[in-house]
Design a protein around this ligand. Structure first.
Ligand code: ADP
Length: 172
Protein backbone atom coordinates (compact mmCIF):
# COMPACT_ATOMS: atom_id res chain seq x y z
CA UNK A 1 0.00 0.00 0.00
CA UNK A 2 1.31 3.49 -0.84
CA UNK A 3 2.51 5.46 2.16
CA UNK A 4 0.22 8.37 2.78
CA UNK A 5 1.52 11.85 3.34
CA UNK A 6 -0.39 13.08 6.38
CA UNK A 7 -0.30 16.72 7.47
CA UNK A 8 -1.65 18.24 10.68
CA UNK A 9 -2.93 21.81 10.86
CA UNK A 10 -3.09 22.56 14.59
CA UNK A 11 -4.71 25.63 16.10
CA UNK A 12 -7.18 26.99 18.59
CA UNK A 13 -9.76 27.92 15.92
CA UNK A 14 -11.79 30.04 18.36
CA UNK A 15 -13.67 30.27 16.01
CA UNK A 16 -12.50 29.24 12.53
CA UNK A 17 -12.13 32.26 10.21
CA UNK A 18 -12.00 32.68 6.44
CA UNK A 19 -8.20 33.00 6.89
CA UNK A 20 -8.00 29.51 8.45
CA UNK A 21 -10.23 28.10 5.71
CA UNK A 22 -8.00 29.62 3.05
CA UNK A 23 -4.92 27.92 4.56
CA UNK A 24 -6.81 24.61 4.82
CA UNK A 25 -7.95 24.74 1.22
CA UNK A 26 -4.50 25.54 -0.14
CA UNK A 27 -2.70 23.29 2.36
CA UNK A 28 -4.80 20.34 1.20
CA UNK A 29 -2.87 20.28 -2.07
CA UNK A 30 0.24 19.26 -0.16
CA UNK A 31 -1.14 16.17 1.58
CA UNK A 32 -3.09 12.98 0.97
CA UNK A 33 -4.83 13.58 4.28
CA UNK A 34 -4.99 16.81 6.27
CA UNK A 35 -5.96 16.57 9.93
CA UNK A 36 -7.28 19.83 11.32
CA UNK A 37 -6.40 19.47 14.99
CA UNK A 38 -8.23 21.61 17.53
CA UNK A 39 -6.03 22.35 20.53
CA UNK A 40 -7.98 22.50 23.78
CA UNK A 41 -5.96 25.66 24.65
CA UNK A 42 -7.46 26.01 28.15
CA UNK A 43 -4.80 28.60 29.00
CA UNK A 44 -6.22 30.89 26.29
CA UNK A 45 -9.68 30.80 27.91
CA UNK A 46 -11.44 30.20 24.58
CA UNK A 47 -14.92 31.57 23.92
CA UNK A 48 -16.08 28.26 22.41
CA UNK A 49 -15.19 25.04 24.22
CA UNK A 50 -13.26 22.38 22.30
CA UNK A 51 -16.43 20.42 21.52
CA UNK A 52 -18.08 23.51 19.99
CA UNK A 53 -14.98 24.40 17.97
CA UNK A 54 -14.87 20.84 16.62
CA UNK A 55 -18.54 20.94 15.71
CA UNK A 56 -18.17 24.29 13.91
CA UNK A 57 -15.13 23.12 11.94
CA UNK A 58 -16.74 19.80 11.02
CA UNK A 59 -19.77 21.63 9.64
CA UNK A 60 -17.51 23.94 7.58
CA UNK A 61 -15.40 21.10 6.19
CA UNK A 62 -17.97 18.37 5.72
CA UNK A 63 -17.64 18.39 1.91
CA UNK A 64 -13.98 17.33 1.92
CA UNK A 65 -13.06 13.63 1.75
CA UNK A 66 -9.38 14.08 2.61
CA UNK A 67 -9.84 16.21 5.74
CA UNK A 68 -10.36 14.96 9.28
CA UNK A 69 -11.19 17.23 12.19
CA UNK A 70 -10.14 16.12 15.67
CA UNK A 71 -9.19 17.62 19.00
CA UNK A 72 -6.04 16.98 20.99
CA UNK A 73 -4.76 17.84 24.43
CA UNK A 74 -1.16 16.61 24.49
CA UNK A 75 2.16 17.61 23.00
CA UNK A 76 1.69 18.23 19.28
CA UNK A 77 4.65 15.98 18.53
CA UNK A 78 3.05 13.07 20.45
CA UNK A 79 -0.21 13.64 18.60
CA UNK A 80 1.65 13.65 15.26
CA UNK A 81 3.30 10.32 16.10
CA UNK A 82 -0.05 8.77 17.07
CA UNK A 83 -1.44 9.84 13.70
CA UNK A 84 1.70 8.87 11.74
CA UNK A 85 1.77 12.40 10.41
CA UNK A 86 4.98 13.88 9.04
CA UNK A 87 4.30 17.58 8.59
CA UNK A 88 2.86 20.42 10.65
CA UNK A 89 1.02 23.06 8.60
CA UNK A 90 0.85 26.61 9.95
CA UNK A 91 -0.28 29.90 8.46
CA UNK A 92 1.65 33.17 8.42
CA UNK A 93 -0.03 36.55 8.25
CA UNK A 94 2.16 39.41 9.37
CA UNK A 95 5.78 39.65 10.47
CA UNK A 96 4.72 39.56 14.11
CA UNK A 97 3.52 35.94 13.61
CA UNK A 98 6.99 34.96 12.54
CA UNK A 99 8.87 34.99 15.83
CA UNK A 100 6.35 32.83 17.68
CA UNK A 101 5.97 30.41 14.78
CA UNK A 102 9.72 30.18 14.28
CA UNK A 103 10.28 29.36 17.97
CA UNK A 104 7.56 26.75 17.96
CA UNK A 105 8.88 25.10 14.80
CA UNK A 106 12.39 24.94 16.29
CA UNK A 107 11.13 23.48 19.57
CA UNK A 108 9.10 20.87 17.74
CA UNK A 109 12.12 20.01 15.61
CA UNK A 110 14.22 19.55 18.78
CA UNK A 111 11.55 17.26 20.21
CA UNK A 112 11.34 15.22 17.01
CA UNK A 113 13.73 15.97 14.14
CA UNK A 114 11.73 13.75 11.77
CA UNK A 115 8.78 16.15 11.80
CA UNK A 116 8.84 19.20 9.50
CA UNK A 117 6.81 22.40 9.79
CA UNK A 118 5.63 24.12 6.61
CA UNK A 119 4.23 27.65 6.51
CA UNK A 120 1.75 28.99 4.05
CA UNK A 121 1.31 32.71 3.45
CA UNK A 122 -2.18 33.94 4.07
CA UNK A 123 -4.39 34.96 1.17
CA UNK A 124 -3.85 38.74 0.98
CA UNK A 125 -7.43 39.60 1.90
CA UNK A 126 -7.02 37.71 5.19
CA UNK A 127 -3.72 39.19 6.37
CA UNK A 128 -5.31 41.21 9.15
CA UNK A 129 -7.81 38.55 10.22
CA UNK A 130 -7.53 36.99 13.64
CA UNK A 131 -10.04 35.13 15.80
CA UNK A 132 -9.31 37.65 18.56
CA UNK A 133 -10.41 40.69 16.52
CA UNK A 134 -13.41 38.86 15.14
CA UNK A 135 -14.64 38.11 18.65
CA UNK A 136 -14.27 41.78 19.54
CA UNK A 137 -16.26 42.85 16.45
CA UNK A 138 -18.93 40.25 17.26
CA UNK A 139 -19.13 41.40 20.87
CA UNK A 140 -19.73 44.96 19.71
CA UNK A 141 -22.34 43.89 17.15
CA UNK A 142 -20.31 44.60 13.96
CA UNK A 143 -20.75 42.99 10.52
CA UNK A 144 -18.83 39.71 10.30
CA UNK A 145 -19.49 38.64 6.70
CA UNK A 146 -16.02 39.42 5.36
CA UNK A 147 -14.31 37.51 8.15
CA UNK A 148 -16.25 34.33 8.84
CA UNK A 149 -18.87 32.14 7.13
CA UNK A 150 -22.57 32.80 7.85
CA UNK A 151 -22.69 29.71 10.08
CA UNK A 152 -19.81 30.95 12.24
CA UNK A 153 -21.29 34.48 12.33
CA UNK A 154 -24.51 33.00 13.70
CA UNK A 155 -22.65 31.00 16.36
CA UNK A 156 -20.84 34.18 17.44
CA UNK A 157 -24.04 36.21 17.58
CA UNK A 158 -25.78 33.48 19.58
CA UNK A 159 -22.86 33.31 21.99
CA UNK A 160 -22.74 37.05 22.63
CA UNK A 161 -26.52 37.37 22.59
CA UNK A 162 -26.73 34.74 25.29
CA UNK A 163 -24.00 36.21 27.41
CA UNK A 164 -25.62 39.66 27.15
CA UNK A 165 -28.95 38.18 28.32
CA UNK A 166 -27.12 36.40 31.14
CA UNK A 167 -25.52 39.68 32.23
CA UNK A 168 -28.89 41.44 32.19
CA UNK A 169 -30.37 38.58 34.24
CA UNK A 170 -27.54 38.91 36.73
CA UNK A 171 -28.23 42.63 37.13
CA UNK A 172 -31.87 42.16 38.07
P1 ADP B 1 -2.99 29.15 17.75
O1 ADP B 1 -3.55 29.33 19.13
O2 ADP B 1 -2.32 27.81 17.55
O3 ADP B 1 -2.15 30.29 17.25
P2 ADP B 1 -5.01 30.00 15.84
O4 ADP B 1 -6.36 29.40 15.62
O5 ADP B 1 -4.95 31.42 16.27
O6 ADP B 1 -4.30 29.02 16.84
O7 ADP B 1 -4.13 29.88 14.52
C1 ADP B 1 -3.83 28.62 13.94
C2 ADP B 1 -2.89 28.83 12.77
O8 ADP B 1 -3.57 29.53 11.73
C3 ADP B 1 -1.64 29.66 13.06
O9 ADP B 1 -0.56 29.15 12.30
C4 ADP B 1 -2.01 31.05 12.60
O10 ADP B 1 -0.87 31.80 12.24
C5 ADP B 1 -2.83 30.68 11.38
N1 ADP B 1 -3.79 31.75 11.05
C6 ADP B 1 -4.70 32.35 11.83
N2 ADP B 1 -5.39 33.30 11.16
C7 ADP B 1 -4.90 33.29 9.89
C8 ADP B 1 -5.15 34.06 8.71
N3 ADP B 1 -6.04 35.05 8.69
N4 ADP B 1 -4.43 33.77 7.60
C9 ADP B 1 -3.49 32.79 7.63
N5 ADP B 1 -3.19 32.05 8.70
C10 ADP B 1 -3.87 32.29 9.82
Amino acid sequence: MAIKHIGVYPGTFDPVTRGHLDIIERGLRLFDLLIVAVAESQSKAPLFDAEERLEILRAELKGYKNIKVESFDCLLIDYMRQKQATTVLRGLRVISDFEYEFQMALINRKLDPSIETVFMMTGESYASLSSRFIKEIARLGGDLDAFVTPNVAKRLKDKYGLSRKRQKGALK
